[in-house]
Design a protein. Structure first.
Length: 202
């Protein structure tokens, strides 16, 4: 079993600090369809338990005043709020990605996904006219809309970090199993690291 590194244990690990973090965790909630279904998350990537997500030392990656955008499955609202608290943030508002067609759902067919917006130590956004929804097309499984980056950058200053990234975004550092990670997170290794991570650039 992998050891979970807590924020307290990681306090002496020197890392770059970020003003704004966006995360799309591999939520460890198996689908009723199982691994054999191409529409289930576990058929696309390895899932992570809620306890392991909560234990990530995200606090140590953040500036004192910072922002978090946390993507959640619609059925995991409470779990998302628990992660926000564990990572040292205060929930402020949901944001909704409205999709052009119906998706899956065990009870109600989903036509949206939810991103929870949170702040740390009273951080203030720089733009106050942003609606809490965006309309954007769907792409492959779990691919969040590129339109989110313009919204986040309009609201919040950098430096920017994407956790659980699947592709690189210009102007952002990233960490995840499907990219060359720009940072190292103790206890959470990824397969590949960028030159920036290997130099431990700050």
């Amino acid at each position: 079993m992998e050891k979970i590194i807590t924020s307290a244990e990681d306090k002496n690990h020197s890392v770059k600090k970020y003003r704004t973090i966006m995360a799309d965790p591999a939520w460890g909630v198996p689908s009723q369809r199982g691994k054999n279904s191409t529409r289930s998350a576990e058929s696309h990537y390895e899932l992570m338990s809620l306890d392991r997500i909560k234990a990530m030392p995200v606090t140590n990656l953040c500036e004192e005043q910072s922002f978090l955008f946390l993507w959640i499955p619609n059925a995991l609202l409470q779990e998302g709020l628990d992660v926000i608290k564990a990572w040292g943030f205060v929930f402020r508002s949901p944001m909704y990605w409205i999709k052009p067609r119906l998706g899956l759902g065990n009870y109600i067919r989903n036509a949206s996904e939810t991103c929870l917006f949170a702040t740390r130590n009273g951080a203030r956004v720089k733009f106050h006219g942003q609606p809490n929804w965006l309309f954007a097309p769907q792409q492959e499984h779990s691919h969040k809309p590129e339109e989110q980056f313009a919204i986040i950058e309009r609201l919040c200053d950098g430096p920017y970090l994407e956790l659980f990234a699947r592709r690189r975004q210009p102007g952002w550092d990233c960490w995840g199993n499907e990219v060359e990670s720009d940072i190292e997170i103790p206890g959470y290794p990824t397969p590949h690291y960028s030159a920036k991570a290997l130099r431990k650039e700050v």
